[in-house]
Design a protein around this ligand. Structure first.
Ligand code: SF4
Length: 275
């Protein structure tokens, strides 16, 4: 069995990807194999960019009209990119894609009034040590609430989770709260998940005991990744996610050979280098 280099850092999305399916994690995050752009991921990026542009304006300038301009600017950025072109949408599907992005940006105004937000930091890169490795990632938004507390907000363009899945969604934000506390010496007062499609906002308060638990849980997860890298064992975990998995041709659950992925995936999904 091959062994793999152990990663020196972990992001919240990578941590949950290992838990979802270790084999997919190996293909994407350990071997770094190419994948075609994903429809929902690109839509999320377009909407995030539009909201970033909107909230980068002075508070009173953050109007619905400005949001439409921000959406147009985001579209101009993404339309020529491989991220969008690689989706290979026909004219009708492309029109629906942009309409839906615009709808999601507009829906944002039903969840909060952006003119009241102050001291906003957007797309903030954070990285902090945890155990023997680093945790890192981008925080969509960090702001100082009127009551003085720091608030982390994460936008989501997919469906809001069922009640039973809320905890696992919040766990990703807890990792951001941990990093903010390490970098600023202040534990955020709130973490918010903003589901634009369903117009739902979920909120939770991180606590010192939840941070301790997160630390233990993440170290245990990292240890499991380290073991998997050292002994080369990344089991496939079949689930609904398989329907969207680009590595199915090399997955033993579907009759594939994982050892061929390193050679065949770059041929099947040639990278397009942006100028
Ligand atoms: S097809 Fe399913 S089980 Fe196989 S690697 Fe992808 S997510 Fe994992």
């Amino acid at each position: 069995m091959n062994s793999f280099d152990v990663p020196t850092s972990l992001s919240p999305s990578r941590a949950s990807s290992f838990q979802d399916c270790p084999l997919q994690f190996r293909f994407a995050s350990i071997q770094g194999l190419p994948q075609p752009p994903g429809f929902h991921a690109v839509k999320g990026n377009v909407v995030h960019r539009a909201l970033e542009l909107l909230l980068g304006l002075a508070p009173l300038e953050r109007t619905r009209e400005a949001a439409r301009d921000a959406m147009a600017a985001s579209r101009n950025e993404y339309e020529p990119k491989y991220d969008f072109v690689g989706l290979e949408l026909d004219e009708l599907a492309a029109r629906d894609f942009w309409t839906d992005c615009g709808r999601l940006v507009d829906a944002y105004f039903d969840l909060e009034d952006p003119t009241t937000l102050d001291n906003v930091e957007l797309e903030l890169w954070v990285e902090a040590p945890l155990g023997t490795f680093n945790v890192r990632g981008y925080v969509d938004r960090l702001e100082r609430a009127p009551d003085g507390g720091l608030v982390i907000t994460d936008y989501k363009t997919g469906r809001a989770p069922r009640e039973s899945d809320v905890g696992s969604k919040m766990r990703q934000l807890e990792m951001y709260a941990y990093m903010i506390r390490a970098l600023r010496g202040e534990l955020p007062a709130r973490m918010r998940l903003m589901y634009l499609k369903d117009k739902v906002v979920l909120e939770q308060q991180p606590t010192e005991s939840s941070m301790k638990f997160l630390e233990k849980r993440t170290i245990a997860l990292y240890d499991a990744i380290e073991r998997a890298c050292n002994n080369g064992t990344f089991p496939a975990r079949r689930s609904g996610l398989c329907n969207f998995c680009n590595f199915k041709p090399w997955c033993p659950e579907f009759g594939g050979n994982p050892e061929l992925a390193a050679v065949e995936a770059p041929l099947k999904y040639p990278r397009v280098v942006e100028s």
